[in-house]
Design a protein around this ligand. Structure first.
Ligand SMILES: [Zn+2]
Ligand SMILES: [Zn+2]
Ligand SMILES: [Zn+2]
Length: 349
């Protein structure tokens, strides 16, 4: 049983080549999806099976991945360094802030210690989950044998030569992770992992927790630094008029700089914590905003890139339900059930 393919790329032979092209130029190949024999034109390196809908690309080769272990090691080292850095920030924050906070009142100290504990645990745990959880592979499916594969059952599926497995249309192969990732958003160097269907929620929870933590650190470190700042010694006594505003401002700035000389080491740690937390907070807040808008629009960063490169029109619906579905439990549970159901039916080629 033969099904003639429909070519997807510029496979149309040129007009002048028609007289040399004969039936013998057409060659026979097998659809990887359903295993049927197909007669295809030599000008069709990429074709779609007329029965199962699977796409075969004769130009696709196994990607050269000789630096895979080096990339994996680099990613893991970066994760360990970032984890140590977070612990350093938490430790130095507690050292610099808590003696001052506890000196105000015992209740005040316990209150802030509780908030710090909750924020630290959620940030560290969501970071570890996003980093070490599998980003989620494509669902296991049956493939390679007619008539097990029904009509259009593998519509737009491609074959990953690196994993030797079928790839659904929303799956991408990541060279750094060495695997196909379902609903891949991007490969994030800061978590040393891909952000995909398996860990996207952990990644978003980490961003929310990290933005809240850095916001808290910036407010508290500013407040405590203000409290322990040495008194300004050269306070100008000039009456403020329009002409003297610049002079007064300069004198204030000067006396402020002089007072830094009397600032204890704790004060310098607080200044560092304030500027570090504000800059990290801005970066993470922008990333979180971008991620939430993609979720609201029902797409991922990669699908947006693909849309941009094709210049196509947006088809996904912008809906708050997308965000509810993302954070609710129905979304992954449905996926797990489908994955489990398919894995029971699947077979190894
Ligand atoms: Zn097929
Ligand atoms: Zn793959
Ligand atoms: Zn990756």
């Amino acid at each position: 049983m033969d099904f003639t393919d429909s070519a997807l790329t510029d496979s149309t032979p040129k007009q002048e080549d028609h007289h040399v092209a004969s039936i013998t130029d057409e060659h026979e190949t097998t659809c990887w999806g359903c295993g049927l024999r197909l007669i295809i034109s030599p000008y069709a390196p990429i074709f779609k099976c007329g029965w199962c809908g699977a796409i075969t690309n004769h130009n696709a080769h196994k990607q050269d991945n000789k630096y895979f272990w080096w990339r994996r090691l680099r990613d893991r080292c970066f994760v360990i360094i970032l984890l140590l850095f977070m612990l350093f920030i938490i430790g130095s924050g507690v050292w610099a802030i808590y003696p001052v906070i506890f000196s105000v009142s015992y209740f005040n100290g316990i209150f802030h210690l509780t908030i710090t504990g909750i924020l630290s645990i959620t940030t560290l745990s969501t970071y570890i989950l996003a980093s070490f959880r599998s980003p989620g592979g494509p669902p296991l499916i049956t493939w390679g044998s007619y008539p097990t594969i029904g009509r259009n059952e593998l519509m737009d599926f491609t074959y990953c030569h690196s994993c030797s497995k079928p790839k659904s249309p929303n799956t991408h192969h990541c060279r750094s992770c060495g695997m196909c990732v379902l609903d891949m958003d991007h490969h994030c160097p800061f978590i040393g992992n891909c952000v995909g269907a398996g860990n996207h929620r952990s990644f978003i929870f980490f961003l929310i927790s990290a933005v809240a933590s850095t916001f808290y650190v910036s407010i508290v470190s500013f407040h405590v630094a203000y409290k322990i700042w040495p008194p300004l010694r050269h306070i100008p006594s000039t009456v403020l008029t329009r002409s003297t505003v610049v002079t007064v401002f300069t004198e204030y700035a000067f006396s402020f700089l002089i007072s830094v000389e009397y600032l204890p080491i704790r004060g310098f740690v607080l200044i560092y914590l304030f500027f570090a937390s504000v800059s990290v907070e801005i970066g993470l807040a922008v990333l979180l905003w971008q991620q939430l808008s993609y979720i609201y629009e029902g797409k991922t960063y990669l699908s947006q890139l693909r849309l941009d490169s094709r210049g196509g029109e947006e088809v996904d619906e912008k809906d708050c339900q997308n965000i509810v579905r993302f954070f609710g439990c129905r979304y992954p549970v449905t996926r797990c059930v489908i994955g489990f159901w398919n894995s029971k039916k699947s077979h190894k080629k």
